[in-house]
Design a protein around this ligand. Structure first.
Ligand SMILES: NC(=O)c1ccc[n+]([C@@H]2O[C@H](COP(=O)([O-])OP(=O)(O)OC[C@H]3O[C@@H](n4cnc5c(N)ncnc54)[C@H](OP(=O)(O)O)[C@@H]3O)[C@@H](O)[C@H]2O)c1
Length: 280
């Protein structure tokens, strides 16, 4: 069985992948602050430790979905964001000859000219996007076998990361009516894993529907039967540290299959996730 290292295995996507790929690979999943006993603790900012860990684990394939993902926190701590997201990724690349699949984001684009195809040069408008674009560049430069998989607006359930219930547990949330993306059901990454492993270069793995944040959140809250109030706001009213791309929709790469938005909503509407199982 091939050895798969999931960097960021304790995150939302990482937990989902760790569960869904467990029968196909011998998985080592890393964590940083939210560790379970089976996780391998790793701080991407400590580059010597990263290199040592990768040599010790000796993976056949690496999925790198770890790092700082809070867009405003990256904006306020750019040095830390660069150290974790860029220098940490460089350390991974220097320590391995395994295939690296780097999970990236629609936020590498400015959002002024969506939908974007994979070959469009990145134009980030915030620190998070800039660090992800720099890491993408390094991953692709290191080997032609390496892959960058851009995802967007992940939604769904993963064990220990019940992002949807977190959302619907709030009394009220505000969401932008004029910020668009092509959100992806989190289970669809594992679903397309064979295709992803077989590809090098940049892949866009996103859902078919182009939705505003407001429409996305309202649909999720509605599917969950929650009483959470979703208040629509315009970007100009939403004063947060980092600028967001207005329309970072991505054109999905050929040969990938994703769950239609309405079907995905039905899948997680029951708000329960049985450990490593599917939402019920
Ligand atoms: N979520 C989205 O909507 C979205 C959209 C577009 C792209 N993406 C991309 O998809 C990937 C996965 O996103 P996600 O939502 O699963 O992120 P997440 O839930 O925030 O998980 C991030 C992971 O990185 C780990 N991490 C944080 N700081 C670290 C450090 N200094 N050293 C090592 N590991 C560290 C976290 O560990 P602990 O939790 O244990 O601290 C966690 O395992 C990311 O590459 C992100 O850029 C996500």
């Amino acid at each position: 069985m091939e050895r798969l290292l999931i960097i960021g295995g304790s995150g939302f996507l990482g937990r989902r992948l760790t569960c869904d790929l467990a029968t196909r690979f011998a998985i080592v999943a890393t964590c940083h602050t939210t560790c379970r006993s089976s996780d391998f603790p790793l701080d991407l900012a400590v580059t010597d430790a990263v290199k040592h860990a990768i040599v010790k684990i000796a993976p056949d394939i690496i999925v790198h979905c770890g790092g700082l993902t809070d867009v405003d926190s990256c904006e306020m701590n750019p040095v830390r964001a660069w150290a974790v997201n860029v220098e940490g990724t460089r350390a991974v690349l220097e320590a391995t000859s395994a295939k690296v699949i780097y999970v990236s984001t629609d936020y590498v684009f400015d959002g002024d000219a969506g939908p974007y195809v994979p070959g469009t040069p990145p134009t980030p408008v915030n620190v998070y996007g800039a660090t992800k674009a720099a890491a993408e560049h390094d991953v692709l430069s290191a080997s032609r076998r390496n892959a960058v998989v851009r995802v967007a607006g992940l939604y769904g359930l993963a064990p220990g990361h019940l992002r949807v219930p977190d959302l619907v547990a709030s009394e009220s949330i505000s969401a932008r009516v004029d910020q668009y993306s092509t959100p992806l059901y989190v289970n669809d990454v594992a679903r397309n894993f064979t295709a992803i492993v077989g590809q090098g270069g940049i892949t866009h793995l996103v859902g078919e529907a182009r939705l505003s944040r407001y429409d996305l959140f309202r649909a999720i809250v509605g599917a969950a039967g929650s009483s959470t109030r979703v208040r629509g706001i315009r970007s100009a009213e939403d004063r947060r540290p980092a600028r967001r791309p207005a329309d970072a929709s991505l054109v999905r790469s050929p040969g990938l299959v994703t769950t239609p938005f309405e079907s995905a909503l039905r899948c997680f509407g029951a708000l329960a996730d049985t450990g490593c199982g599917r939402p019920v």
